[in-house]
Write a protein that binds this ligand. Structure first.
Ligand SMILES: [Zn+2]
Ligand SMILES: [Zn+2]
Length: 235
């Protein structure tokens, strides 16, 4: 429960159920305040593009090994799988969590349950469209909207955090850091920029400077794609 302020008469001024802020006069009667509604709308609107990027990353992780692929230096380096990416794009991930919210809103509105929207890739934009269309209703009058505002915030944050590295223009992903720390590869996403001969891992600080070093990096990354059993883990 939030702790609304009380005046001398003991009257509690209504607050936003999502962020706890006192509602403005023009917001009275609403469940969630307008800023919460608009932040949620922005996050929802960004989810389809985030999901598409995660899907691309996940397919690189799944299709890491392509026997017979060209051996030229331009081929995509293998990307070791990362569980958080694979689970966000799979059943039970983003699409399922959005569907659960849509189903709850439909139940409250006494509408038919959500139609089958296909694979997660097909379903995410459909769920997002439904939720964006009905967000004004939910923010206005749906009693459990605070949970959904929080779920959408968390989902957006998980998708953003799972996306590899730096997405600024001019930087390209060049695979994961192969430097070994505590017997485990660092695996932070590395990025290269046309403006620099230096690739520096933002996580462990390892650097590769110049083409020879970059070729060594590529060889080391390919080494991490074939499992090397650590004797330290046995016993
Ligand atoms: Zn709020
Ligand atoms: Zn590193």
């Amino acid at each position: 429960m939030h702790n609304p302020t009380t005046d001398d008469s003991g009257y509690a001024w209504p607050t936003c159920s999502a962020c706890g802020r006192e509602l403005w006069h023009t917001e009275l009667g609403r469940q969630a305040c307008r800023p919460c509604e608009s932040r949620t709308a922005t996050r929802l609107a960004e989810l389809p593009a985030l999901f598409a990027q995660l899907n691309t990353t996940a397919s690189l992780m799944r299709g890491a090994r392509r026997p017979g692929a060209a051996t030229s230096g331009s081929r995509v380096p293998p990307i070791p799988p990362r569980l958080e990416v694979l689970s966000l794009v799979a059943a039970g991930g983003v699409a399922t969590r959005l569907r659960d919210i849509e189903d709850a809103w439909r139940a409250e509105l006494q509408w038919a349950i959500a139609p089958w929207r296909g694979s997660p890739t097909e379903a995410v934009p459909g769920h997002v469209a439904f939720l964006l269309n009905n967000l004004p209703w939910a923010a206005d009058g749906y009693e459990s909207v605070d949970q959904d505002v929080e779920d959408i915030r968390r989902l957006h944050a998980e998708c953003t955090a799972a996306l590899p590295g730096d997405r600024k223009p001019g930087h390209v992903h060049v695979g994961l850091c192969p430097a070994v720390l505590d017997d485990r590869p660092c695996c932070a996403q590395l990025t290269a920029s046309a403006a620099s001969h230096r690739i520096r891992c933002g996580s462990c600080g390892t650097e590769w400077v110049g083409m020879d070093a970059w070729r060594g990096l590529r060889r080391a990354q390919e080494g991490t794609a074939s499992p090397v059993r650590s004797t330290a883990a046995i016993g």
